[in-house]
Design a protein around this ligand. Sequence first.
Ligand code: NAP
Length: 231
Amino acid sequence: MKTVLVTGGNKGIGLEICRQLSQTGYHVILSARSQERGEAAIAALAKEKLKVEFLLLDTADEASIATAAAELRSRHKALHALINNAAILPVWGGSILESTAAELRDCFVTNTLGPILLTQALLPLLQAGRPARVINVSSQLGSLQNMTDGWTGYGISKSALNAATRKLADALKPRGISVVAASPGWVRTDMGGEGAPLPVEKGAANIVRHLTETSGSISGQFLGEQGQIPW
Ligand code: NAP
């Protein structure tokens, strides 16, 4: 059975990714920064007869990443996939002319640095699970080609995540690990808001298929519903 770790798995797209991968037969490790919210999500899945494992992990906290990675190494010999899903959107809209240092810093720490540091920390487990995959959940708002003002901290941090995806893909190719950036589309979650066109099931499926349906030889790409998204 293949083992996958999902960050920010307690709600929204992350929780639905956990549900769909568990239904598909993966052993899912649902991680969350809150023990309480994580356990509530595990309990909700258990009511649907889906058994997933919990891991406490705050992806914005270096110490938490190190502790979680050590905990995971003590529980598992290999990891076949990592889905870097956890992210924040602290300011809705938001012109660059009004962006604060705190907004920019917080977005970078959670949305860019977290996935990079977690991938580094889990490298021994991912190598043991090769061919392994890392999926960085990105956003159309990170596309440089389509970039306009607004969504500043979030957009810049997702562009930087895309850049990290290219670098990780190159660095990890010789180690048998593929890395892609994938957008779920605009999805009705706490982050996406009520006006978003896609239900959470579809948004999660747009990520899950890059694990279950595409070839592991695809690496270093920015993928959306209609294929590649311009960087
Ligand atoms: P969401 O409903 O706001 O859920 C975000 C999840 O990330 C929550 O579980 C949250 O945990 C977790 N999280 C945030 N900071 C964390 C941290 N430091 N450590 C651990 N977990 C943390 O958002 P969503 O819509 O499901 O988004 C999921 C992914 O899709 C994100 O990467 C987002 O950028 C991307 N995305 C979403 C949309 C959209 O329209 N919704 C569009 C494009 C891309 P708490 O409950 O503890 O806060």
